[in-house]
Ligand binder design. Structure first.
Ligand SMILES: [Zn+2]
Length: 593
């Protein structure tokens, strides 16, 4: 899920708007005196179900949570996003930060680089580094590998690094911001990493964004990472990506493992397309980074970890990648580090035998069941249908529907019926239950704009549409991020300069629209149809809202003038809707001809 969707999911428009104007519940809506224009009679409405707002008074406009905050605070989309993110406790990844924090970030990269050099030097040259050198030697690492990964060692001291860096002109506050020192309870600060093996974590450009650190003895925690900082967001990092990127692109395949040592050993043995996720599960953000290099992902999974849950997660990656994810099943109790060191050939075989994760799950599920019995067949359909239902690519989904049908001796139609019966209820998971409401809201918000996105994808991929005036208006886009992209598109002379006019937080969304696969023919016609659908959607939604207000007004004895004005707006909307229907009918006739 992107950061924009995350903010939407965690934000309630009723709560936000009520900080600016007193909302009163009115049926399924909330109404208030409009916070944008002065009025005595409330004509401003908030719709919790759609998470939207509308003013039927002088403003005669509406939108979502972002457009509300933008309008109210007089700020742009990016600032509204950051404001709401802060309130909702969502961290905006540093790569989305605008240029404003650039110097500060540069400084943090420098500090990390200086710290990495310090740790690396201690590992190579200090007497106390002997044990650390012994450890890496026992794991079979060559001097070249140690240099390539800039491995290091931190002293068993409370302030060695702090002193070293402060002598080089870095302020204590900067060391704190970099996460290299921590505030002590008794006051003051001390080194975060003490007596540990140091693994600098680099971004794809080779800048050190943070550190992973491992103990040399049995003390706990065994692994310690840099905290979240302006430049370090664990969920978007991939260990080894700076050294792996070229190979990933060249081989058109990335192998994702779990541990630092797995990556290092793989690289030392010539498997340079290997990176590690920074936790047990791969995040959408990490998949997003990899997507720019390759669509082919293979996950190295422990036999025990490769359950149905892992499959469901992997299907999430597949949907993001718009490609298939494969799985490399490791021998029980072994990690890639062990396997590669034992015999490079075994690893090579595992790579060659990697199965698409859905196929692997099929094998697992069916191996446990007796498919000659009705009970076994039913269980198999249940288990597999829930997995197939998550696959977004219709071609791949159809392929697996057929496979289940064959395996269980059922008709394709039956399997499809089971899948669609599963659809309305989102993944039920214990941990998600308290958050179910927010979850459904997020799903609805995310899924509520396919026409908007389709329309934008057409515009972004077909510059020739720029000259066509189909009367598309920014207001037709309910989602602010889509509205932003459309407005930027309207203003840009050249599609390549589109990003300049957009907040970096929207770039990811923009890129996904630019690369979405679209039908290749009859583009102009598709675009015109799309605009009609958007206009119809907009007008219908407006009409439902207006009718609701009218009913409320009639009930509460609104003044004749107000009622008349709403009626008038209603007539205007019906006229426009009538035009849409007429156009649609004309189109239909043309297409039949
Ligand atoms: Zn207003």
């Amino acid at each position: 899920m992107g950061v924009i969707d995350e903010v939407k999911q965690r934000t309630d428009i009723v709560e936000v708007v009520s900080q600016y104007t007193a909302l009163k519940k009115a049926g399924r809506t909330f109404r208030a005196l409009c916070p944008f224009h002065s009025e005595k009679h409330p004509s401003f409405f908030v719709y919790p179900e759609q998470q939207s707002w509308h003013c039927f008074g002088a403003c005669n406009t509406g939108g979502d949570i972002f457009s509300f905050v933008m309008k109210k605070e007089g700020i742009d989309f990016g600032d509204a996003l950051r404001l709401l993110a802060q309130k909702a406790g969502v961290t905006i990844p540093s790569r989305f930060e605008p240029e404003a924090g650039k110097e500060e970030r540069e400084r943090l990269y420098q500090i990390n680089q200086a710290a990495a050099q310090y740790f690396h030097n201690l590992l190579l040259n200090s007497a106390v580094g002997e044990r650390a050198r012994g450890y890496f030697a026992s794991r079979g690492l060559s001097p070249k590998t140690i240099a390539d990964f800039q491995l290091g060692f931190s002293l068993n001291s409370w302030d060695a690094l702090k002193q070293y860096l402060m002598e080089r002109g870095y302020a204590e506050s900067e060391l704190l911001a970099a996460g290299l020192v921590i505030e002590a309870e008794a006051g003051g600060t001390h080194d975060r990493f003490r007596n540990r093996l140091m693994f600098p974590i680099q971004d794809i450009r080779g800048r050190i964004v943070g550190f992973g650190a491992r103990v040399l003895d049995d003390s706990l925690p065994k692994y310690l990472n840099s905290p979240q900082t302006l430049i370090f967001d664990k969920s978007s990092c991939l260990y080894g990506i700076n050294l792996a990127a070229a190979a990933i692109k060249q081989q058109n395949l990335v192998v994702i493992v779990e541990g630092y040592m797995d990556v290092i050993t793989a690289h030392q043995n010539g498997f340079s397309n290997v990176v590690a996720s920074m936790g047990t599960s791969v995040t959408e953000k990490q998949v997003g980074t990899l997507k720019r290099l390759t669509k082919n992902v293979a996950l190295a999974l422990d036999a025990d970890a490769a359950g149905e849950e892992a499959t469901l997660r992997a299907i999430g990656y597949e949907n993001t990648l718009e490609a298939e994810a494969k799985v490399i099943i490791l021998p029980k109790g072994k990690d890639p580090d062990n396997v590669i060191k034992e015999d490079v050939k075994i690893w090579q075989n595992l790579l060659e035998e990697a199965l698409p994760i859905v196929d692997y799950t099929f094998n697992m599920v069916t191996a446990e069941l007796d498919l000659t019995t009705a009970k076994g067949q039913t269980l198999a359909v249940e288990k597999l249908a829930s997995i197939i239902g998550k696959i977004k690519d219709p071609v791949r989904q159809a392929h697996y529907v057929q496979k289940v049908a064959r395996l269980t001796d059922k008709s394709v139609h039956t399997i499809e019926a089971v899948i669609s019966s599963l659809k309305p209820s989102p993944v039920r998971h214990k941990a998600q239950e308290p958050n179910q409401e927010a979850f459904t809201r997020a799903l609805r918000l995310i899924s509520s704009s396919p026409v908007e996105e389709y329309c934008l994808a057409l515009l972004l991929q077909h510059p020739e549409l720029k000259g066509r005036n189909e009367g598309l208006s920014p207001e037709y886009f309910e989602n602010s991020e889509n509205r932003e992209i459309f407005t930027a598109w309207q203003q840009a002379n050249d599609l390549s300069s589109l990003k300049d006019g957009l907040d970096p937080a929207i770039w990811e969304h923009l890129d996904s629209l630019k690369t979405r696969s679209l039908p290749a023919n009859q583009i102009e016609q598709k675009y015109a149809n799309c605009v009609l659908r958007l206009r119809e959607k907009f007008l219908r939604s407006l009409e439902v809202k207006r009718a609701g207000v009218l009913a409320l007004e009639a009930e509460s004895g609104g003044t004749a003038a107000e009622l008349a004005k709403l009626e008038e707006q209603g007539i205007e909307v019906s006229v426009q809707l009538g035009e849409v229907f007429a156009q649609k009918a004309r189109r239909g006739q043309e297409q039949r001809r």
